[in-house]
Design a protein around this ligand. Sequence first.
Ligand code: ZN
Length: 290
Amino acid sequence: MAQGGAVDAPYAKLDQLEPGIARVLAHNPSAFTYYGTQTYLVGTNRLAVIDPGPDLAEHLDALEQAIGGRPVVAIMCTHTHRDHSPAARPLAERTGAPVIGCAPLALETVGPRADAAFDGDYAADRVLGDGESLDVDGEAIVAVATPGHTSNHLCFAYRGALFSGDHVMGWSTTVVVPPDGDMAAYMASLDKLRQRDETVYYPAHGPAIDNPHQYVRHLMGHRMQREKQILRLVGEKPRDIPDIVANAYPGLDPRLVIAAGGSVYAHLLDLERRGLVERQEERWTAVKVS
Ligand SMILES: [Zn+2]
C-alpha cells in the first residue's frame, strides 16, 4: 500500500524538514527500502543521528558534511537490519559519538533462526528501554518500544514528531517475517502508537506521514483484512503458504513473493497461537469452531 508521492530529497544532500529535523537519504534503493534509508539529524547546535544507515562511504561523507563539526550526542538506531545500523560504528569513529538506542540482536546466519538481513556487528554503548530518554540540545528524545517488524525495534519521539523507523513506513506496509518478526507484537505496537499524540511521523523509508492516527488505523485495518482473507482461504481447504500467497496477493511483484510468504507465515503463527488454525506438515487449515 503505497502512499504516493516521491521522496524529493536527492542522495547525499541535507534536507531540512523543520527546525531541528533534517534528513540525508542514503543511496541504497531496493524493493524493500524504496529510494533508500533516510537518516535523520535531530537538534540544532548539538545533534543526534537517527538510523545512520548502510555503511557506504558516500553516505558517511554526506553525513559528516551535514553534521558540519557540530557535537553529536548520540547515534541512534531503531533496529539492526542492515539498511539501518551498519554505519553506526564508522560514524562513531568519525564523530566520537556514542551509539545509543536499540538493543543488539544477532540472529544466526544458518539454522531455524537464520536471518541474513540482520547486522551482526552492531553494538550499543547504551541501550534505551521503553520510555527512557536522552537530552539533545535541550529537548528529549524518548524511546518507544515497538516490537513486531523486529523484536528490538524502537521508535523515537521528539517534540510532536515520531521517528518511526520501519514500524510505520511512508510508502509500503511493514515486512513482518518470523522468526524475529511477530504479527501479534506488531499489531500491539501499532495500537500503542494510537494512544500517543505525535502529529507527524518520519519513517526510515518513504515520505513523512502527517495524518498518523488515521494512517495507523488504516494499517491495522489492512492487517485485519489480510488475516480474514487467510482464514477464509484455509477454511476452504488445506493450503500451503505459496498457495495462500498466490491467492491473497494477485499480481505481486516477484521480488516480494518471499516477503509476502513470510508475512502470511507470521499471520498463520499468530492464528495458530489463538487456536484458529492448525497445520499438518506444510498445509494449514482453519479450526472449525462449533
Ligand atoms: Zn527493517
